[in-house]
Design a protein around this ligand. Sequence first.
Ligand SMILES: O=C[C@H](O)COP(=O)(O)O
Length: 249
Amino acid sequence: MRRQIVAGNWKMNNDLAQTQTLITDLKQQTKTSKAEVKIAPAFTNLWSAFEATKETDIEVVAQTMHFADNGAFTGEVSASMLKSIGVKTVILGHSERRTYFNESDEDLAKKVNAALAHDMEIIFCIGEVLEDRAAGREEAVVAAQIKNALFHLEGEAFKTIVLAYEPVWAIGTGETASPEQAQDMHAFIRNTLASKYGDTVANTVPVLYGGSVKPSNAKEIFSKPDVDGGLIGGASLKAEDFYAIVNAF
Ligand SMILES: O=C[C@H](O)COP(=O)(O)O
């Protein structure tokens, strides 16, 4: 059985006090599923979040990082800096990073390499915009994102890579891909991996769904055979809602 993962991407929300309050609330929730739980606070709150979750099964992850180890990259944070405070997982390729910060497939391939060089796990995001889906090219777009940023890797690398399919038109919009649309794309993602790395890799890599997942729709989405969990934005900012999703398996 594949790993089940529910990761909360807090994006640019929660200052230090709010981070501490939310973690206190999260610690009061009860987990009834086997899903791994991860939260991604802002950089400024990673250390505090890491300390506050030490005795729990909540893993603190980063929302992005730079591909260089150090140097003249004002405003950036490197894999070694994240590792130095205990962060072992990073989200890469989120559509907001691609759109607002111009992260290209080429940049992402370098970030993937840097994360792997530091033995970090990666939650790698892919997904099409509305125009792509309207034009029927969503599979081509997603396949290209995977190939351009990941297909230079050896199959072994996929032991520490999780994919997150996030149709951009469903992020923060309240609109969700139907469970069938999610399943179809997740199956396509596995086929894409299988074409290069074979069935073992394709069937082992967890593929999460992201895009307006809520307590009310999580169960149906997670019931699909190729959906291994979720990358949750808005609903991860309330402890009860987040754990309702965690427990939707
Ligand atoms: O990283 C999370 C996704 O962008 C989903 O965000 P959302 O749940 O607010 O739609």
